[in-house]
Design a protein around this ligand. Structure first.
Ligand code: NG6
Ligand code: CA
Length: 492
């Protein structure tokens, strides 16, 4: 790479992949050769975190550099929610733009669109293009939420004016003439286990109701190839200028419908198959960077928005296959998606820059909220006094020049209760509930009315609550969480 060219940056961000789901993180039931190669040639973080055990809040932090609780609208959004990033809000892609980069997002968005009452048949205001992306090719929310369409910049792709799209998240179906999972169970090819009993799209029950848009509706089995194709187009078109690509893959979130090439590929059921497909997408994308001759000019970062879940609303037998194979999606951690335990937010986290980073594994504490300040540092972009309130510069740790990241990790569960990790200690704040188990998804939530403290140095699985033996530390860590929550949004 010429010395004066700024490196390209690609964030590969996957959906619901657990800490133990890659073979390079000890996964036994999966083969993920392409991600293993990225980890072998880069830094594999063992203590990398998102800020939340669910999607929207984690993505919000990644892109805005602030904790989810600073924005009251930050919870799992329905498919017709308004955008929760303000048009004037500083963001990660805006940092790159300030440094002269071309920016794009491809894949899952799930941060809302429009300003309320979207008309899906017209240009939409408040899309990723207002959050700092020059180009966007996304789906609005999740693979299991309507509308099941792609949005390119401000327009639904393949819109047909003679077949307008209507979307509703009302409790009762407002459209008499569409199939729904409760009215037409005979049309389902993948039975639901909880939720997902509303519109049927491609033989799968979804969340929310959608009418029209037949030509615009995606085929689930094509999502991966479509997004990969878009990611490749963007890097090809921008290979001579620095670019920032946020490539948000939809796997292994439900519904798990891999391309036919991957059906049965893993021996671990469909969840294993979509992990194999995800790994293949990463491999093909990295090969393409090689082919374009820009591999060594490109920093690649890989992570997941939250921890794993097996039954997230469809009967796809993931639990049975995992049990048989002895595969533990969260690895040694307790809990998973939705949890207050570490399995909710500690995730695979890999940074690779071929020829520039000395391969290693790292115990630096790293949070996705730090990418804003870290890349701003790398690009010499001032952060200004507004925004990025919680983002810390951990560039040296990301590049393997330091074994120290941030001093503390803060992350929240679905119910917004927090844990704080400092050194070997993880403290979980008491909740107003003792519901520590979520039956529908078979999740150890970890909620308790009592404080919990775990010594992660010998108890990574959070089995022995030692709070009673360390009440001073409990008080101190609790006070620290409250202090962070009270701190102002303005950077000092
Ligand atoms: C839950 C859905 C789940 C999944 C999740 C969002 C039900 C019963 N469950 O409410 O299937 O869509 O939201 O996942 O509706 S996330 O990764 O985007 O946070
Ligand atoms: Ca997710």
């Amino acid at each position: 790479m010429s010395n004066n060219k700024k490196p390209n940056v690609v964030i590969l961000y996957v959906d619901d992949l657990g800490y133990g789901d890659l073979s390079c993180y000890g996964g036994v039931g999966v083969a993920t050769p392409n991600l293993d190669a990225l980890a072998e040639g880069g830094i594999r973080f063992e203590d990398g975190y998102s800020t939340s055990a669910v999607c929207t809040p984690a993505r919000y932090s990644l892109l805005t550099g602030e904790y989810p609780f600073r924005n009251a609208g930050t919870h799992i959004l329905p498919g017709d929610a308004a955008c929760i990033i303000r048009a004037d809000q500083p963001t990660l892609p805006k940092i790159f733009k300030q440094a002269g980069y071309h920016t794009a997002v491809v894949g899952k968005w799930h941060l809302g669109l429009g300003q309320n009452d979207i008309d899906w048949n017209k240009d939409i205001s408040m899309t990723p293009n207002d959050a700092g992306f020059d180009y966007s090719f996304i789906f609005p929310a999740t693979a299991d939420r309507v509308p099941c369409v792609y949005l390119k910049n401000r327009r639904v792709e393949n819109l047909d004016p003679n077949d307008p799209i209507e979307v509703s998240y009302a409790d009762e179906c407002p459209f008499d003439d569409i199939p729904t999972a409760t009215r037409n169970p005979e049309m389902l090819r993948m039975p639901y286990s909880h939720g997902h009993d509303q519109s049927i799209v491609n033989g799968v029950g979804r969340l929310g109701y959608m009418r029209g848009g037949k030509k615009a509706t995606w085929r689930d089995e094509d999502l991966a190839d479509t997004f990969l194709g878009e990611a490749k187009n963007f890097v090809r078109e921008n290979k001579d200028e620095p670019f920032f690509l946020y490539y948000a893959l939809h796997q292994p979130h439900v519904p798990r419908l891999p391309n036919e090439r991957f059906a049965g590929a893993s021996g671990l059921g469909v969840r294993g198959d979509v992990i194999a497909e995800m790994d293949d997408c990463v491999g093909r994308f990295v090969d393409y960077l090689e082919e374009l001759g820009i591999r060594e000019d490109t920093i690649i970062l890989f992570s997941s928005d939250n921890g794993p879940v097996l039954d997230d609303g469809y009967q796809d037998w993931a639990e049975m296959y995992n049990r048989k194979a002895g595969h533990r999606p969260a690895g040694p951690l307790r809990g998973g998606k939705y949890s207050q335990f570490e399995g909710g937010a500690r995730v695979p986290f890999i940074v690779n820059w071929k020829g520039r980073i000395k391969p290693a594994s790292s115990h630096a504490l790293i949070s996705q909220v730090d990418l804003c300040a870290s890349f701003a540092k790398m690009l010499d972009v001032p952060l200004g006094s507004e925004g990025f309130a919680d983002s810390e510069d951990v560039l040296d740790a990301l590049m393997g020049r330091s074994t120290h990241g941030r001093d503390e990790i803060l992350a929240e569960a679905l119910n917004k209760s927090h844990f704080l990790r400092v050194d070997k200690w993880t403290y979980m704040q008491p909740c107003d509930t003792d519901e520590n188990y979520f039956y529908t998804t078979n999740t150890d939530l970890g909620h308790s009315r009592d404080p919990q403290l775990y010594n992660m140095s010998y108890d990574i699985g959070q089995r022995e609550n030692v709070a009673n033996r360390h009440m001073d530390l409990v008080k101190k860590m609790d006070a620290r969480i409250e202090e962070i929550k009270r701190s102002t949004r303005t950077r000092k």
